[in-house]
Write a protein that binds this ligand. Structure first.
Ligand code: HEC
Length: 110
């Protein structure tokens, strides 16, 4: 899937505010601001995975420890249930969501 030079890129990188709707601009401000999604979903692919970081998704993880996650890789017990942050490029086209596909819609995942 190719997604370079998307309306989002033209807004963020080329500062073309006409490239996206008001709703996208509000969502982008929420994503980077109050909702703090960019604590993990950062940069042009919206992920800190290239830095080998693992996280527990704060709202969608279910019972603690239900999934081993990166504890199998790092051998640190605190990493139980933690996963690499998936990229969010073209996320509307990549259902189902989360490492095990347990969430069928983007609304459920976000
Ligand atoms: C603490 C780090 C962190 C923060 C903050 C965070 N995420 Fe995530 N996000 C993750 C991780 C890790 C996963 C994968 C979890 C899994 O596979 O079980 C994920 C998964 C997702 C997915 C599913 C992507 C896919 O392809 O499966 C979406 C959508 C998403 N996050 C959106 C958001 C939004 C919107 C916010 C802000 C409201 C947010 N995230 C905040 C770490 C984070």
């Amino acid at each position: 899937m190719l997604s370079g030079n998307s309306p989002w890129d033209r807004w963020v990188h080329d500062r073309d505010s006409a490239a996206v709707s008001d709703a996208v601009r509000r969502g982008g401000q929420l994503f980077e601001g109050k909702a703090r999604c960019t604590a993990c979903h950062v940069g042009s692919v919206f992920s800190d995975a290239p830095f080998d970081l693992y996280h527990k998704h704060r709202r969608r993880d279910g019972p603690a420890g239900a999934r081993p996650g990166s504890v199998n890789v790092t051998k640190r017990d605190g990493d139980r249930g933690a996963f690499k942050t998936p990229i969010l490029r073209n996320v509307a086209e990549t259902a189902p969501y989360m490492h095990d596909g347990r969430l069928k819609t983007l609304e459920a995942a976000g």
